[in-house]
Design a protein around this ligand. Structure first.
Ligand code: SF4
Ligand code: SF4
Ligand SMILES: [Zn+2]
Length: 153
């Protein structure tokens, strides 16, 4: 079964319209129909599984908890997030939600900042992350800790 590519034409399973696949959608294997807003996931059987149906775009799945913007350490096959060590670009908006002060250039500005696709692949998103609907079944979420003392190694 070929993997999806940017620009592929995908027929929505729900409204039947055909749309071109965006780059992020191709990388994640998720197609958000711009007409009916139902999202389907690419599996080994093709575009089959509805993952969310409430009309949110990929970006809107993020609940802006900011937990992916803290220092991470991989140890004995497990990822740990250090909740005391935030990225210097991490701030809060007026509603208290996490906000990146260099969002457009974040991947250039901050070496520890990675794309959503890489973040899912490398298991650095917590189980409370809004993207969890796309986690593979063998996903091991990171543990949130405050200091090195909290690592059970
Ligand atoms: S640069 Fe990356 S890690 Fe830092 S706040 Fe922005 S999105 Fe988060
Ligand atoms: S952990 Fe997930 S929900 Fe929280 S800010 Fe990061 S991407 Fe968004
Ligand atoms: Zn549709």
């Amino acid at each position: 079964m070929p993997t999806p590519n940017e620009g592929d034409e995908v027929k929505c399973l729900y409204c039947g319209e055909v749309h071109k696949l965006a780059k992020l959608e191709a990388a994640l294997g998720v197609f958000v129909c711009p007409t009916c807003k139902v999202s389907t996931q690419y599996t080994d059987k093709g575009w089959t599984r509805a993952v969310w149906t409430d009309g949110r775009t990929l970006e809107e799945l993020c609940n802006r908890c900011g937990h992916c913007c803290y220092e991470k350490l991989r140890c004995n096959g497990r990822v740990y997030i250090f909740m005391r060590n935030a990225c210097p670009y991490l701030g809060k908006d007026l509603e208290g939600k996490a906000e990146c002060s260099c969002y457009e250039s974040r991947l250039k500005n901050q070496s520890g900042c990675i794309s959503l696709y890489e973040a899912i692949k490398s298991c650095i998103l917590p189980i409370t992350c809004g993207y969890r609907v796309m986690f593979p079944s063998d996903y091991v979420p990171p543990k949130r800790v405050n200091s090195l003392k909290d690592l059970h190694i």
